[in-house]
Design a protein around this ligand. Structure first.
Ligand code: MSP
Length: 634
């Protein structure tokens, strides 16, 4: 009996817009889902957005929106990106869906009823911890770098509140043995070891509710408390398939399917430990596999808004098309590991691997069939040794690729397909059909070209999950009808499927070479960098502080009068927590002199002063030696 697959991505936070990090996981999931589907295996592919939590509420407030408005708007951005990238998800779950909220309510109620080692699985307690608003989680001292959250570079807040706790300690040994025995398979192996390392370090019970947060799902047994974001988010994997409202569907896609969660390594603990433990508490099957893939850097640096190297998937799709974008992202480094995305080499890679190797193979083979065989698939007669070799390589490749897909070795699977592409090119080269035509050896010529066409058919099937549109285009060239454009891998394991006499379709270049665009990719990747001309627009000057006073009713603001040369200006600055007004008088500071005036708390501010800040302290920028006020800075 063939297996059934349920494949999931993490649900993405709506306070960010989709970038290639999210795209990467989602494309991998799509490739897996498509491979299984065309291999005749029933598959459900789930993705969605994670919409609750203090962070979302805060971003919404800053943008003058209600949290729900922000969620509606940003979940749409993810849907739009997935549409552009041809992601064939079966369901898009949103944690603000009523259906999801109901399922979380059910899960929490059951967790609250559950007992472990004679004690309740959920209990009340008090929690004090260092909470990072950005991460939506408490951080341990060990996780901090220089007292700050390493991801957000902010100092976490120390918070004490009443919480409900989940007795993780009661389930740890069960989860550990499920992982050790491979019942929950963690891939890659490295992450399995990392997970086992967590057990060794010791894991504490975790809090499942928040008192302060308002944007979230209330606990059914204490509605004043809001479910902790992860306790709300993880159940998306079951709410989406009917845990709360459709037991039959739930049976089908959870209990009786191979459940594969794809996540980045950043959220390993939640998926590999917390989630299985929560499921064990309520007597639901644990996932079969969790894939914690690596993180990529962009040209050696971590992707970040400040560095300006966040690549927008829409931009890549506009430059390269959806198919090539999928290919380029997936083939940067072996799936699972950490690696570097070398976006400045995308054009080169596009030209050599897609335009040359694959594109030329298709156009060359099709053109010869058109020229030598009146545009119809020829008939093969006797195969020689080289024909037999390439034929068995083609049929074996399908088997090999599928084995790699079962092991979630996506990059290796793509490499196998492209090995076949290369071999097919070499086969055509060494068979030299043009010489056979010259020598009127039509029987051999027909055989060689039939083989080339069959290879294209198999290649098109293997490419479909990776590049669905281009695969369909190859099949159109081969003369397949509309309904055969989605291939079957079962057929790709067979040989001799193309009927002799089938008329070829229109031959158009699969991947027209790219030339001039090369620079543009780099320019966009670095779009937060500014030119010297742009910087030149900012007029920085030395100013002398003449007066300083607190702004009534605003703890953080000071009102300064400064001289910038002959000019007197009023500047309102948020430095009251760091400087006493009297200490500022006479200081030479640096100001942005040509900033549009703004009104802060009803007071006009005609410029901005420069200060350095590291989360703990703030210091004003000043000059190294004395210099007249109004001096230009360049
Ligand atoms: N909302 C949580 C997940 C809840 S799942 C029940 C979350 N969301 S997220 O928006 O931050 O997405 C994190 C995921 O995005 C990572 O696990 C990974 O799949 C993907 N990636 C984000 N940046 C990435 C890279 N730089 N490299 C590779 N994948 C990246 O965490």
């Amino acid at each position: 009996m063939s297996k059934r697959f349920f494949i999931t991505t993490p649900i993405y936070y709506v306070n960010d817009k989709p970038h290639i990090g999210h795209s990467y996981t989602t494309i991998v999931g799509d490739v897996l889902a498509r491979f299984h589907r065309i291999n005749g295996e029933e598959t459900f592919y789930l993705t969605g957005t994670d919409e609750h939590g203090a962070n979302v509420a805060e971003v919404a407030k800053a943008q003058g929106k209600t949290p729900q408005q922000l969620c509606d708007q940003n979940s749409q951005l993810f849907k739009a990106a997935w549409e552009k990238l041809d992601i064939s998800y079966d369901y898009f779950v949103r944690t603000t869906d009523q259906r999801h909220e109901k399922a979380v309510g059910k899960l929490l109620t059951e967790m609250n009823r559950a007992k472990v080692e004679g004690k309740p699985a959920v209990y009340q307690g008090e929690y004090t911890g260092l909470y990072c608003l950005g991460c939506e989680k408490f951080l341990t001292e060990k996780e901090l770098v220089d007292g700050k959250c390493p991801n957000h570079l902010t100092v976490p807040q120390r918070i004490t509140e009443k919480n409900y706790f989940f007795r993780l300690s009661g389930f740890i040994s069960q989860v550990e043995s499920l992982i050790r025995s491979g019942k929950i398979k963690i891939v890659p192996e490295e992450r399995k070891l990392e997970t086992l390392g967590l057990f060794k370090q010791g894991l504490e019970d975790f809090s499942i509710s928040r008192e302060k947060v308002t944007w979230g799902i209330p606990l059914p047994f204490d509605p004043k408390q809001i479910a902790y974001v992860w306790v709300d988010a993880l159940p998306n994997y079951i709410s989406a398939i009917g845990y709360g409202d459709n037991p039959k569907e739930f049976q089908k896609w959870w209990t009786k399917a191979e459940v594969i969660h794809l996540t980045g390594k950043d959220i390993l603990k939640f998926h590999n430990v917390f989630w299985p433990a929560m499921l064990l508490a309520v007597g639901v099957k644990t996932p079969d596999m969790v894939v914690n893939h690596g993180f990529f850097t962009v040209k050696g640096q971590k992707m970040s808004k400040t560095l300006g190297n966040v690549i927008d998937p829409h931009y890549l799709v506009e430059q390269f098309g959806a198919d090539a974008t999928r290919y380029l992202l997936l083939t940067q480094f072996p799936f699972g590991l950490d690696g570097d995305i070398q976006a400045d080499r995308f054009v080169e890679k596009f030209n050599s691997e897609l335009a040359n190797d694959l594109g030329n193979l298709v156009s060359r083979a099709a053109k010869m069939i058109k020229d030598y065989c009146q545009g119809a698939i020829p008939e093969a007669k006797a195969y020689d040794k080289s024909d037999e070799e390439i034929r068995s390589l083609a049929t074996q490749t399908t088997q090999k690729v599928m084995e790699l897909i079962y092991e979630i070795r996506v990059t290796a699977a793509i490499e196998e397909v492209f090995k076949l592409v290369k071999k097919a090119n070499q086969y055509i080269e060494s068979s030299a059909p043009w010489n056979l035509a010259k020598n009127n050896d039509f029987e051999k010529l027909n055989t060689k070209l039939y083989l080339a066409a069959e290879m294209l058919r198999i290649i098109s099937a293997l490419l479909y999950p990776i590049m669905p549109n281009k695969a369909a285009q190859i099949r159109e060239v081969l003369g397949f009808s509309e309904k055969e454009l989605i291939p079957s891998l079962l057929k790709a394991k067979e040989w001799g499927v193309l009927p002799a006499g089938q008329k070829l379709g229109k031959i158009e270049p699969l991947f027209p070479r790219m030339d001039k665009q090369a620079k543009k990719v780099e320019a966009n990747v670095e779009d937060n960098l500014i030119s010297i001309e742009e910087f030149g627009k900012v007029q920085l000057k030395v100013a002398e502080v003449k007066e300083a006073e607190k702004v009534a009713g605003a703890d953080k603001l000071l009102k300064l009068k400064v001289n910038v040369g002959d000019e007197e200006k009023q500047i309102v600055a948020g430095i009251a927590s760091y400087y006493q007004p009297k200490d500022l008088i006479g200081k030479k500071i640096i100001v942005v002199n040509n900033l549009k005036p703004a009104t802060l708390r009803g007071i006009k501010s005609e410029g901005m002063l420069l200060a350095a800040q590291d989360g703990k302290s703030l210091v004003l920028l000043t000059v190294d030696k004395d210099i007249g006020s109004g001096a230009k800075i360049s």
